[in-house]
Design a protein around this ligand. Structure first.
Ligand code: GLY
Length: 475
């Protein structure tokens, strides 16, 4: 938890933003509750709602809060423990002291929260809330507001009934620009991520089960932070972008994609990807593709600075990759036309990167376009181009991933061939020799600074093909 001033200032800034947009009524915030894994009483490890954490700091289940936009009054709701709780959980600080720790002088039992919302609804006051990530909160909001379960997830003007677009925009504007205290936490998460990936690379040896590597690398993040920031992606079938199957044995000649990150104890995320040759050395075929992706990662980083947009960085990066793929005869024709037609989507069906913060895809639940596009530009309908989650003009304090990749996805190649999606640019004869190649992705986490950018964390994981080979040989 940060100093109480951090939370006081965030809520004040939120009030100012809402006032600037002439929003009236109340803003309600629901913390997360315990979520049963297989029976009530055996819960998943608790993870607080990120928006609740951002404004109210309390990292425990069964809390809620109200910010009155008309009077600036605020109240944190939660229940003090009773003797049963003390028997099982030990003595706990009072709700009042938790409020004090985040600069909120008024606290009340949780039942009062329901009443406060009911009163606002009955009085016809606008009730602003964010689209809930969890189903329990979705049902709770529906119950409190009288809206349907679907309506509370739908973002629009508050007057339309549903999650509040006004509140979403205000929260996005605040959370997108990281404060110094957040950057320090992101650096910590990046350092844990560095050690996770170091463990993974050391474990990448012929004969080892992928699951073993996952277990060892996740152990690093549990021992140094909160745990993984998302479900670990680790597979020799790296052409499947989010591959969570870890049942294969590391086999010489294959590539291992490791995409994983850590969450710090204060819930800030890192997200790194490296791709390793399972035998410790790249084949010529692998190195050709690897070096394109590595140079694309470097190019994207060199272009990342205030005054440009991540859309432009994405376009420049895929343009570079297509030029290199053309030099290897995977594609033929004019590269600018290929960029415009979205030919890069065949090789990289995802975007160059996403926002990061307390969520590894920061605030994605508030709506990807609100977070990554705003009013600045429209999303492309093309595969790959349209999958870019962050396209905004870059500003100091933005934190984004830089994660180009090249994949050979047989089903996608076959579909493009069948449907003529490639518009004659793709050399399928060349691609026929790559159906068992897999994929390569390389990812760093980047902070946009006043005059450029820096990679997060104190150390950078080896990335050049020659460095990967040397370090794997030493290990
Ligand atoms: N690194 C996982 C993702 O960005 O989806």
């Amino acid at each position: 938890m940060f100093n109480s001033d951090v939370y006081v200032n965030r809520r004040r800034s939120l009030l100012e933003k809402m006032a600037a947009g002439s929003s009236r009524g109340i803003a309600v915030f629901l913390g997360n509750v315990d979520a049963p894994a297989n029976y009530r009483g055996n819960d998943y490890k608790f993870r607080q709602d990120s928006n609740f954490l951002y404004f109210w700091g309390v990292d425990e289940p069964w809390f809620a809060a109200v910010l009155d936009l008309d009077t600036a009054q605020e109240c944190l709701y939660g229940n003090d423990v009773d003797i049963d709780d003390i028997i099982w959980m030990g003595p706990q600080p009072s709700v009042a002291s938790k409020g004090e720790a985040v600069g909120c002088a008024r606290t009340a039992p949780l039942a009062e929260f329901d009443k406060a919302v009911a009163e606002a609804v009955a009085a016809g006051r606008p009730v602003h809330f964010l689209p809930p990530a969890r189903y329990y909160n979705q049902m709770k909001l529906a119950e409190l507001t009288g809206l349907s379960n679907q309506a509370v997830r739908k973002v629009g003007p508050v007057a339309a009934g549903g999650a509040s677009e006004e509140l979403v925009k205000a929260v996005v504007a605040l959370r997108l620009i990281k404060e110094q205290c957040e950057i320090e936490e992101l650096d910590k998460a990046a350092e844990i991520g560095y050690w996770m990936h170091t463990e993974a690379r050391r474990g990448c040896k012929p004969g080892v089960l992928e699951q073993e590597i996952v277990g060892r690398m996740e152990g690093v993040t549990y021992s140094k932070g909160w745990g993984p920031s998302f479900t670990t992606i680790l597979s020799q079938n790296g052409e499947t972008l989010h591959n969570h199957s870890h049942h294969q044995i590391i086999t010489p000649g294959r590539l291992l994609v490791v995409d994983a990150g850590a969450e710090s104890n204060t819930h800030y995320a890192s997200d790194f990807t490296r791709t390793y040759p399972c035998s410790g050395k790249f084949t010529t075929k692998q190195r050709e593709i690897y070096d394109i992706v590595e140079q694309a990662n470097e190019l994207a980083f060199s272009l990342t600075r205030p005054g440009t947009s991540y859309w432009d960085v994405h376009c420049a990066t895929v343009r570079y990759m297509l030029e290199q793929l053309k030099a290897l005869d995977f594609v033929r024709g004019d590269v600018d036309e290929m960029v415009a037609c979205g030919i890069s989507g065949l090789f990289m069906p995802h975007g160059l990167g996403h926002n990061m913060g307390m969520d590894v895809h920061d605030m994605e639940d508030l709506g990807e376009n609100y977070v990554g596009y705003g009013d600045e530009r429209q999303r492309s309908p093309l595969l790959g181009m349209g999958n870019l989650r962050m396209a905004r003009d870059l500003k100091p304090g933005h934190v984004i991933s830089d994660e180009p990749g090249i994949y050979f996805i047989p089903a996608l190649i076959e579909q493009w061939k069948r449907e003529g999606t490639d518009k004659g640019f793709v050399n399928y004869e060349k691609l026929a020799g790559y159906y068992d190649f897999g994929g390569i992705r390389l990812e760093d986490d980047v902070l946009v600074t006043a005059d450029g950018a820096r990679r997060l964390g104190p150390y950078r994981l080896p990335i050049k093909s020659s460095d990967i080979e040397s370090v794997m040989a030493e290990e």
